[in-house]
Design a protein around this ligand. Structure first.
Ligand code: NAD
Ligand code: UDP
Length: 320
């Protein structure tokens, strides 16, 4: 099949492109290179089934494809809050353009939604039938509400136009090819530990997250796209929940770093607890993550260690 991956030069997108090529598909990687990097897919360029298009999903595009993974959107709070209006446009107009494309070619579209649709949740762990607790006017709203509208659009195109949609709610995912200054917690802590800098804990560090290694996530995305009778939404994430302070300790232990932990102000509306209920993914997709946190962190640490030493490390940052 010919598969379009929007945001294909990003962290998750680049792993997905690799997997789809491995599975024998033709892959079109579309990206505006805001937080994506050519370097992330440079090793795929020799493959005659792979191509890259520089394009912004805010603008319509005519392509002939069978399937679309709509991954385009900055995912780190630092980057999606840099230009919040643009973040809303990317989610909303990007979804309209990609759903319009899916409608025209009668293709299947998978939308990368997020655990952020649950906001700062009152229900724990989060199941798909929970409607969430999102502040519509706070600093995270450009991302959270943008992604909620994108889900709305998926189901309206599905009901109104019969578009074949798949909606996945991705929980915190980490691994190689997060940018060195991505701003999310796993890459921040590893880079700080490797450089011997202070580890920045926001707030008390008692807030929790549940971290999924990128290979597990990609397996879930492919399974969701490949099955024929379930639109979702479905949670994809690792239910192993830990506090941010515990995460910092694990990173220090695994890097052998002498960095100290320091507390910084907690960002506004930072969710206090997050853990996916993945019963639905287990039942419908026979999917369960298999990489535990220690193994995943070791793989990520090896990547960041190498990236920091690389002569091209400047390209692996978002320098503005
Ligand atoms: P990322 O920032 O590494 O990747 C996003 C990619 O989209 C980048 O390559 C970026 O350049 C591209 N992009 C951004 N705006 C664009 C636009 N207007 N037009 C074209 N390309 C654009 O982030 P990621 O972690 O790989 O996230 C990928 C997707 O998964 C996002 O939609 C994100 O919301 C979703 N997601 C990720 C996580 C996670 O923990 N990694 C969690 C929930 C949801
Ligand atoms: N966090 C932190 N230090 C950092 C970056 C993040 O303590 O250097 C915290 C952040 O406040 C949040 C958690 O780690 O409670 C996860 O943050 P991230 O930005 O990775 O993702 P999200 O909040 O979107 O889940």
């Amino acid at each position: 099949m010919r598969v379009l991956v929007t945001g294909g030069a990003g962290f998750i997108g680049s792993h997905l492109c690799e997997r789809l090529l491995h599975d024998g598909h033709e892959v079109i990687c579309l990206d505006n290179f805001f937080t994506g990097r050519r370097q992330h897919v440079a090793h795929l360029l020799d493959n005659h089934r792979f191509e890259i298009i520089r394009h912004d999903v805010v603008d319509p595009i005519l392509l002939e494809v069978d399937r679309i993974f709509n991954m385009a959107c900055p995912a780190s709070p630092v980057h999606y809050q840099y230009n919040p209006v643009k973040t809303v446009k990317t989610s909303v107009m990007g979804a309209i353009n990609m759903l319009g494309l899916a409608k025209r070619v009668r293709g299947r579209l998978l939308q990368a939604s997020t655990s952020e649709v649950y906001g700062d949740p009152h229900v724990h762990p989060q199941r798909e039938d929970y409607w969430g607790h999102v502040n519509p006017i706070g600093p995270r709203a450009c991302y959270d509400e943008g992604k909620r509208v994108a889900e709305t659009l998926c189901f309206d195109y599905h009901r109104q136009n019969g578009v074949d949609v798949r909606v996945v709610r991705i929980f915190n995912t980490y691994g190689p090819r997060m940018l060195l200054d991505d701003g999310r917690v796993v890459s921040n802590f590893i880079v700080q530990a490797l450089q011997g800098n202070d580890i920045t804990i926001y707030g008390s560090g008692e807030q929790t997250r549940s971290f999924c290694y990128v290979d597990d996530l990609v397996e879930g995305l492919v399974r969701m796209m490949d099955q024929d009778d379930f639109t979702g939404p479905v949670n994809l994430g690792n239910p192993n929940e830990i506090t941010i302070r515990e995460l910092a300790s694990r990173v220090i232990e695994l890097t052998g770093s002498r960095s100290k932990l320091i507390e910084m102000p907690l960002p506004k509306d930072d969710p206090y607890r997050r853990r996916p209920d993945i019963t639905l993914a287990q039942e419908k997709l026979d999917w369960t993550p298999s990489v535990d946190l220690e193994k995943g962190l070791r793989l990520a640490i090896a990547y960041f260690d190498e990236a920091l030493r690389s002569e091209r490390s400047a390209e692996l940052r978002v320098s503005r």
